[in-house]
Design a protein around this ligand. Structure first.
Ligand code: NDP
Length: 287
């Protein structure tokens, strides 16, 4: 059996079209969206990412601005800068580009982003809304994983889900989003691997989500027949970009599988745009 490919680009395109329509309706009411990305210091790989972000925003009618701050900025001044954006009427969404310089408390700075403008869902209040089962501005990648699973039409009720990776922006929120749909979610991490139990868990997964960042950590031949495989990982292997799952072998066993690149990535970008428009609607009491 060869898996059906979860074409992230097509799903992303559909989301973008919906966002575009929403923005047109808002524009007719005189409401515009502006996303401000804050970066501390110059970083060439961030520049590539931010340029791509700017392009996708502009393509659908979201204003986009990058603010590059001095690398020596203090934590207090960075927080003050964010608070200024929180108050700025024109700014409707704020992104804090990581990494931040050593000594700056990332969590403290993320907490200073206004809950209403936190389009990446990194403010603890927005993460807390997921715990309450009412995700609003949730982390984009976690929402993208849910969107990809939903696109298969699979009912999550009672499904064995294995989430490999427990980061704050992917593994943990994905697990909460899926447990709310009554999936049986097992979260695996370095402790699972080091105890030699990762394979046993992966073999049971009807839905497997992997977000680790280690090329081909999950061997294709241990995927359960017919499983849905969502590979979040992005890794450089020689001159290729690969995921955390051994795609070529896994696709012969899985029912559905995301490619890397072209799976989770484009949907994550589209969700950022959707979060941005949702923030605008909420700020204008239209949500
Ligand atoms: P983090 O480094 O924050 O988290 C990685 C997780 O993997 C941690 O929970 C870690 O556990 C766990 N882990 C590490 N080694 C193993 C192992 N051998 N077995 C099991 N678990 C392990 O990464 P992110 O969640 O931010 O990102 C994960 C991957 O997803 C990266 O490749 C990143 O580039 C990609 N990514 C892709 C996005 C997209 O849009 N496509 C967006 C965001 C991320 P512990 O902490 O206990 O060590």
């Amino acid at each position: 059996m060869s898996a059906k490919i979860l074409a992230g680009k097509e799903i992303a395109e559909k989301i973008k079209q919906d966002v575009k329509k929403d923005l047109e309706i808002l524009r007719e009411k005189g409401i515009t969206a502006k996303l401000v990305a804050v970066q501390v210091g110059k970083n060439p790989s961030s520049a590539v990412y931010l340029n791509a972000q700017k392009k996708s925003c502009q393509a659908i009618g979201i204003n986009h601005e990058v603010k590059i701050l001095d690398n020596n900025i203090s934590e207090a001044d960075l927080i003050q800068f964010i608070q200024h954006l929180n108050k700025d009427k024109e700014t409707t969404g704020i992104i804090l580009q990581l990494p931040l310089p050593q000594g700056v408390d990332v969590r403290k700075v993320q907490s200073s982003i206004s809950v209403e403008k936190d389009v990446e869902g990194v403010n603890p209040a927005n993460l807390g809304w997921i715990v309450y089962g009412r995700p609003f501005l949730a982390p984009c990648t976690a929402l993208a994983v849910k969107e990809l699973i939903d696109s298969t039409g699979i009912d999550l009720y009672g499904k064995e889900v294995v989430m490999v990776g427990h980061s704050d922006i992917v593994g943990k929120p994905v697990s909460l989003l899926l447990v709310d749909k009554f999936a049986t979610v097992t979260i695996c991490h370095i402790g699972t691997s080091e105890k030699g139990m990762l394979e046993a868990h992966v073999k049971m997964a009807e839905i497997l989500v992997v977000a680790v960042g280690k090329a081909h950590l999950i061997k294709g031949d241990i995927i359960k027949e017919g499983a849905t495989v969502i590979d979040v990982g992005i890794n450089k292997l020689g001159d290729k970009i690969v995921g955390d799952v051994e795609f070529e072998i896994a696709k012969e066993r899985a029912g559905w599988i995301t490619p890397v690149p072209g799976g989770v990535g484009p949907v994550t970008t589209a969700i950022l745009l959707r979060n941005t428009v949702n923030a605008v609607k909420n700020l204008n009491k239209l949500a």
